[in-house]
Structure formats: C-alpha cells, structure tokens
Design a protein. Structure first.
Length: 387
C-alpha cells in the first residue's frame, strides 16, 4: 500500500510540474485566450477596446514624419437631449463630427479620451477596400473578375476555388461561415481563438470547404471573405498589408498617432477587424473619402474606386441594407451616403451631400438588438442635418 501511495504521490507531483511547465511555455497563448474569453465582458470592454495591444500580437505602422493634418475648428455644435440619451444608451466612447472639413463636435465618454487608439472591428474592412483600389490602379491586380486563386493559390480546393475578387469584395462568395458571436463554437469565435493562440489565419481560410450557394449569386456577410481579400493583395504585391497601407495611406494623411493591427502568430494582419486608430484619425479617413480620395493636395485613393466601392453592387435583399465593396449603405440611402461599420458600435458615417463625416467609437454590448443599426443611422442623419 505504501508503495502504491508513494507512486501516486510522485505521479501527482510530476503532473503538477508538467502543468506548470506547460503553463509557463504557453503563458502568452493562455493569456491571449483568456483575453478573448473576457474581451466583451461588461466590466472590461471599454478598457479592452482601448488597449488591444496589451493582450494580442500586433504589428505597428508609422504615422510618418510629416506634421499632423489639422482639423480646423468650425462653429461648435452641442448634442440635444435626444442625442445625449442615445450616446448613453449605446455606450458611446468617442464621437467626432466634421462639416465641410471643419471640426464641429468632439466628445469622449466612459473614461476614454482623444489619445485612445480604439479597435475598429469591421471598419477595418473599408480600409482594406481602399487599398484594393490603389493596388488595382497600380496594375498589381489585373481585374476584379480574376479568380481568387490566381493571387492566393493556397486556396485551391477550398470553398473559395471558383470565386472572383469581386465576389469576395461584395461578400457574395457563397462560403459557409457562421458569424454568431453568441455561439462559442461558431466560425467567427473559432477564428478568434486561432488569432489568440497565434495560429495561421491563412490556414483557417484554406480549411473552409463548404458553400451554401454559387459564388456571386447570394449576399451573406462573411467576415473571412475580407481575410481572403488580404491574401489576394499580399499575393499580388508580395508585400504585407501593414506595409502597403502605411506607404499608400497612413503616412500620407498626417494622422495623430501610430496605428497598429492585431496579427496572427505568423505576423499576418487581422485585416477584417484588427485596425486600431484614434477617433479623430478615423474621422480623417472618412473626410478623405468625402473628398473623393484627395488629401493634402494628393490623390490617395482613386476617385473612381471610391465611387464604385461606395455604391450598392452586392446581391443584397431588396429593402434591406445595401453593400458595395466592403462599405454599407442604408436601404433608403441618398447619393453619396454610406458608412463603415464594426461590431459593438463603431462607425465612419459619410453624407457627401451635406458635407458631413461622423466617426463613432462605442462599447455597445446591445449592438445586436433589433433596429439598433437603423436607429444609429437615423441619429447620424439627425446630427448631420443639425450641424
């Protein structure tokens, strides 16, 4: 009996030592996985969204050596009671409103400030779309109707084999991808764990094998489509997305702070939602788009690409939200009215006719609620009309 007890005691000690060693060896991955599991918790969400670099692998970009492009101050605008109630209800953390290029309103809430680099979530998709337009004009991509696998051959045999670049820009790949954030085992949450554990996003995309419709036939919001766009751009240019975005966009805009991307364990940028900038710098990007890609006397994004990417072109359901090339339009959008949107209430809203750009960062845990997005767009329109 003593021999058995002695053996069991030693076995337990060895197991404890092994667990400690594994925990030490994998401590960074474990820390990131724990961060993912508590990322959206009520008590942590605001701080997490301002400090994504403290828990995830990242890749920085330089704002460049030039001066900060000023946002000239115009006549001050103050929210009315209805807007203030909306700000509170939607857990807004920062709002910047421009009218004809002038700063009319800027405010921060829930302990955040103008220096916070807030996570973009899916607003990052619209930044990547801009980069596609630049690369297309430069000739690295020949046509939007080229097959995805021409530039990302590692996707041959996957569900993306047969889709065109236009299909993935339109979120019409037909690839099966469950985007339910509330389901632990959904594709979007499995992808989050891939990111947290430092695994390969490219391999994750290549592992998707099922389609629900032929490419180009049906619109369905599939975030991994945007990662595939990133694979296409990398394959076409032989360069990383952060390097390209820094050279062709970031360093030319006179931003206030160095942006950064979240990355996977192979240094590949999380292009579908991992960009981090200040609210004021999100507003600068929106203003550049409002001005048809012209910024500080330089054409940054081709004007014809801005026109093409921000008008409805995806096969969406009539009467529902419309979609272009990684940009959104309301069902009743007027000409030149469109927006970038990210989960938990991130927006860059542009109303070209009124000369208005509104950048919004939030920590809205109720963003999935029925009618929330429509209410937000109505509020942007209310603000735009009153500036």
């Amino acid at each position: 009996m003593r021999t058995v007890l002695k053996f069991l005691t030693r076995a337990v000690l060895v197991l404890i030592v092994l667990l400690v060693l594994v925990g030490f060896w994998k401590r960074e991955q474990i820390t990131r996985l724990l961060a993912v599991n508590s990322l959206f918790s009520e008590e942590k969400i605001v701080g997490n969204f301002s400090n994504m670099d403290s828990a995830f692998l990242t890749r920085g970009m330089s704002r460049g050596d030039g001066p900060v492009t000023p946002l000239p101050t115009g006549k001050s605008w103050a929210p009315d009671a209805a807007v203030n109630t909306w700000i509170k209800d939607r857990a807004v953390t920062g709002m910047v409103a421009l009218k004809d290029g002038q700063l009319r309103h800027e405010s921060y809430y829930l302990g955040t400030g103008p220096q916070d680099r807030r996570i973009s979530w899916s607003m990052a998709k619209s930044y990547l779309s801009a980069l596609v337009g630049i690369v297309l004009e430069q000739g690295a991509i020949a046509s939007l109707d080229d097959p995805v696998v021409q530039y990302a051959p590692e996707l041959k045999g996957s569900a993306y084999d047969g889709a065109s670049i236009r299909n993935v820009l339109n979120m019409a790949s037909g690839v099966v991808f469950d985007e339910d954030y509330l389901d632990f085992n959904s594709d979007i949450n499995r992808m989050g764990r891939v990111l947290a554990l430092g695994r390969s996003m490219d391999q994750f995309a290549a592992g998707l094998e099922d389609s629900f419709a032929p490419a180009g036939e049906t619109w369905q919001y599939v975030s991994i489509d945007t990662h595939v766009i990133g694979m296409i751009v990398r394959g076409a240019t032989g360069r990383s997305i952060p390097d390209l975005l820094q050279e062709h966009v970031i360093a030319l805009m006179g931003l206030e702070a160095d942006p950064y991307y979240l990355t996977d364990g192979y240094g590949v940028a999380f292009v579908l939602g991992g960009l981090n900038l200040t609210t004021r710098d999100y507003a600068r990007f929106g203003e550049m788009f409002r001005k048809d890609g012209m910024w500080n006397g330089q054409q940054i994004v081709p004007a014809d690409w801005i026109a093409a990417s921000t008008r409805p072109s995806a096969p969406t359901t009539p009467g529902k939200e419309q979609y272009g090339y990684q940009w959104w339009m309301a069902p009743d959008a007027t000409e030149g009215e469109y927006y970038a949107r990210g989960i938990y209430g991130q927006y860059i809203y542009i109303d070209k006719a009124r000369g208005v750009v509104i950048a919004l960062n939030s920590a809205d845990r109720g963003f999935r609620g029925e009618g929330v997005n429509a209410t937000n767009i109505d509020m942007f329109r209310r603000i735009a009309a009153s500036l």
